[in-house]
Design a binder for this molecule. Structure first.
Ligand code: ZN
Length: 247
């Protein structure tokens, strides 16, 4: 994939996250590792109109220390204050290529309610169920993660898991692809919403039965690709289809 195609993918993923209400307004950002020294990250500019309207040009190539990754990359753009979230997560695990830092209100609310993300359902969302079974830890500080010390503290709180809840703040989701990082975030948001609904109805949160895990199979890459196609369709008007029908 060319650098510009990767910029377009990260921008699209920002719009997908916003469409799923995982971010609101201007806060939250995604990144993609390009090589050992550089990453693409959603930057800010004086014409920024929010995460939901992220353009490929908003995705800039930088070094892990926040300096420009090539000539002109930061002309008119600023790296987010919370770059250390991305830098420390990617530097800590070579298998991670993408990081989504988002502020999903339902996940923040569930954590503040005292809810721990657990596998309360199964086939409703199999990838989400497995993610919950492995654990979604919490970084208990509500601070702006604006230096490498705090970034490392957050990474330690992840305890090797792909998603961490940042108390009173949001989440960090890390994966081998941008698509996976966002799909994981969508799954954690769905788990949090369901848990809040159950608690609001005076229900109790219970893990699914142990014997059910054998019949909750990995649905494979085709399922992941279909899930992503759906997310993309939600943010892009079906113009191509309309044209085809018109012809
Ligand atoms: Zn944040």
């Amino acid at each position: 994939m060319s650098l510009d195609e990767q910029r377009a993918l990260v921008a699209l993923a920002c719009r997908v996250a916003a469409a799923r209400r995982l971010v609101d307004g201007i806060l939250g950002h995604l990144s993609l590792r390009v090589d050992d020294e550089r990453l693409l990250i959603r930057c800010r500019s004086d014409t920024d109109t929010g995460v939901a309207f992220t353009r490929p040009a908003d995705i800039r190539l930088i070094r892990f220390d926040g300096s420009a990754g090539a000539a002109g990359e930061l002309d008119g753009y600023r790296v987010p204050n919370e770059l250390p979230i991305h830098a420390e997560t990617l530097l800590a695990n070579p298998e991670y290529r993408a990081v989504a830092h988002l502020h999903p209100p339902a996940v923040v609310a569930a954590d503040l309610t005292g809810i721990t993300i657990r596998p309360i359902y199964g086939a409703y969302d199999i990838p989400g169920a497995w993610l919950a079974r492995g654990g979604v830890p919490v970084y208990e500080r509500a601070v702006l993660i604006r230096n490498s010390r705090l970034g490392k503290e957050m990474v330690a709180a992840m305890r090797g898991r792909p998603v961490v809840i940042l108390r009173g703040h949001g989440i960090t989701s890390a994966a081998a692809s941008v698509q996976q990082a966002v799909l994981q975030a969508i799954s954690v948001d769905a788990l949090a919403r369901m848990a809040l609904t159950i608690v609001s109805a005076d229900g109790a949160l219970r893990d699914i039965a142990d014997r059910d895990w054998d019949d909750l199979p990995d649905l494979g890459s085709g399922f992941t690709e279909a899930a992503w196609r759906h997310e993309v369709a939600r943010v892009q008007p079906p113009g191509d289809d309309a044209e085809r029908v018109a012809r």
